[in-house]
Design a protein around this ligand. Structure first.
Ligand SMILES: Cc1cc2nc3c(=O)[nH]c(=O)nc-3n(C[C@H](O)[C@H](O)[C@H](O)COP(=O)(O)OP(=O)(O)OC[C@H]3O[C@@H](n4cnc5c(N)ncnc54)[C@H](O)[C@@H]3O)c2cc1C
Length: 283
């Protein structure tokens, strides 16, 4: 199918974007277009105006500044996969990147687009939750920062307000001794996950673990498994953690999988993660 008619603008300054977002009708930002354009072509959405943000300066790139790694919203998935800074400072993102779609989509799709879209089965929102990321949001009123834990508010829903643009994501380097773990189950490599786990795990010298476990594909948004975290931090074993996971997750079924099956798969991923983390020496 072809997209419905829409007007198109390609501003080069942010203030122009704010003007356009203030206009009447359904105005949408266009970043990599890897989710928005298919949704237009399938006639799932019919915006009156697309505001292409790809020519805006300063929204791309990865840099270390003021104790955080700042990833511009327009940074492509592929740039994150290839970044030496990301591999060194935020290996969780480097682990997750190859699971996102296919090379062509990773070359166009953007970090910010994925975060703003908030697909509950997407990799980046869960990684941001596990890493305690901060979303930097701009509007005519200035900038505000939103913690990842407050940003994802429901199915394809975020804390972004009308007139706002996600400009960057800031992530503090995990403390020394912390390790990352990423795994997902998908029907084929490149498909959205049926269930996935992004984990950033602080480890003490005696081997005790304090994990931030962000599961995705298990509900309307990524979920931090807090009760399970407490059990593991308190010295609980794999079986204890797997049993507790049912208190954190209540997956609903989808076209692919029943909710109970998703919970089972999440427990499998958790067990594998704990076993792998116990044998890893790269703290
Ligand atoms: C075949 C296929 C397979 C895919 N598989 C996966 C997968 O396995 N995992 C995965 O995570 N993704 C997957 N994707 C989606 C892909 O990762 C997209 O790149 C991503 O979801 C959206 O990024 P984008 O830059 O393309 O955003 P766009 O499609 O341009 O925009 C998406 C939405 O976000 C809004 N938006 C974009 N940027 C901003 C911003 N800076 N501020 C505010 N709002 C903004 C847009 O208005 C729009 O509503 C797949 C896509 C395809 C076509």
């Amino acid at each position: 199918m072809k997209a419905p008619d829409f007007a198109y603008a390609r501003p080069t300054v942010l203030s122009e974007v704010f003007d356009l977002l203030d206009g009447d009708g359904d105005v949408r930002l266009l970043a990599g277009g890897q989710s928005l354009v298919p949704s237009l072509n399938m006639r799932l959405s019919a915006p009156s105006l697309l505001v292409d943000i790809n020519r805006l300066p300063g929204l791309s790139g990865i840099e270390a500044r003021d104790g955080v790694v700042r990833i511009g919203a327009l940074t492509r998935h592929g740039e994150i996969a290839r970044s030496a800074l990301i591999a060194e400072r935020l290996p969780l993102l480097a682990m997750a990147a190859p699971h996102i779609a296919h090379a062509a989509i990773r070359n166009r799709g953007t970090f910010g687009g994925s975060i703003a879209l908030a697909d509950p089965a997407a990799e980046w929102p869960a990684c941001c939750l596990a890493l305690g990321a901060t979303m930097v949001v701009a509007s005519r009123a200035g900038e505000r920062r939103v913690a990842a834990g407050d940003f994802f508010t429901g199915l394809f829903a975020t804390a972004l307000r009308r007139g706002e643009v996600l400009v960057a994501i800031e992530i503090a380097s995990p403390p020394a001794g912390s390790v990352a773990h990423f795994s997902e189950l998908a029907r084929r490599r490149g498909d959205y996950a049926i269930v996935g786990l992004a984990a950033q795990v602080a480890r003490a010298e005696d081997g005790a673990m304090d994990p931030r476990l962000a599961f995705f594909g298990v509900g309307d948004r990524p979920v931090l498994a807090e009760a399970t975290r407490r059990v593991i931090a308190g010295g609980g074993g794999i079986a204890d953690a797997q049993a507790t996971l049912g208190r954190d997750l209540a997956p609903t079924g989808d076209a692919e999988c029943a909710g109970a099956t998703k919970l089972h798969l999440a427990r499998v991923l958790l067990g594998r993660a704990m076993a792998a983390l116990r044998t890893r020496g790269d703290a």
